[in-house]
Ligand binder design. Structure first.
Ligand code: SME
Length: 162
């Protein structure tokens, strides 16, 4: 695995994803432990983008359970019919929420969270195995650039799921 991240000195997120996505692929290359890989991915995304909260919720039986993350402590369990995470899981699609207050059923883990993107991550059988949740403390902080970049990260995770 790569030892350190090379992060371009720019705030241009397209450039950051372009640099970071291959580095994340290299970071998890050759490591088979899922927890270790998810932990490093969360850390890489936090380091490169400074996101307020970034992490994974894994499907366990009939709910989503908190996995590796970076940021403030968070809710540990989310029902499939709750929050942005539950909606992304159930709809099997990425959700970009510019203002979480406007999202029915949003779970306020932290009142500082203002906007978010949640990406479903599929296993090789096409079932949603987990979601990648990225939260910002600013309104309207995400765009299609984040959706594309974070979905690319999700596809890397998929290749590492048995
Ligand atoms: N915002 C999420 C809950 C998880 S935390 O914000 C870390 C949601 O509504 O699904």
């Amino acid at each position: 695995m790569a030892e350190t991240l090379l992060i371009p000195q720019t705030t241009d997120r397209a450039a950051l994803y372009e640099s970071l996505v291959p580095q994340i692929a290299a970071l998890v290359e050759g490591e088979t432990d899922l927890t270790a890989n998810l932990a490093n991915i969360a850390a890489a995304l936090r380091e490169a983008f400074g996101f307020f909260w970034v992490g994974f919720y894994l499907k366990k039986e009939n709910q989503l359970v908190l996995g590796p993350f970076q940021g403030p402590i968070a809710c540990t369990r989310i029902a499939f019919d709750k929050g942005v995470c539950g909606a992304a899981y159930t709809r099997r699609e990425t959700l970009l929420v510019p203002d979480v207050e406007q999202f029915p059923g949003h779970i306020a883990c932290s009142s500082a969270s203002k906007s978010e993107v949640v990406v479903p991550i599929f296993d090789r059988a096409g079932e949603v195995a987990m979601v990648l949740d990225v939260d910002s403390d600013r309104l309207n902080d995400f765009s299609e650039v984040d959706v594309q970049g974070l979905e690319a990260v999700g596809r890397i995770v998929t290749t590492h799921l048995v």
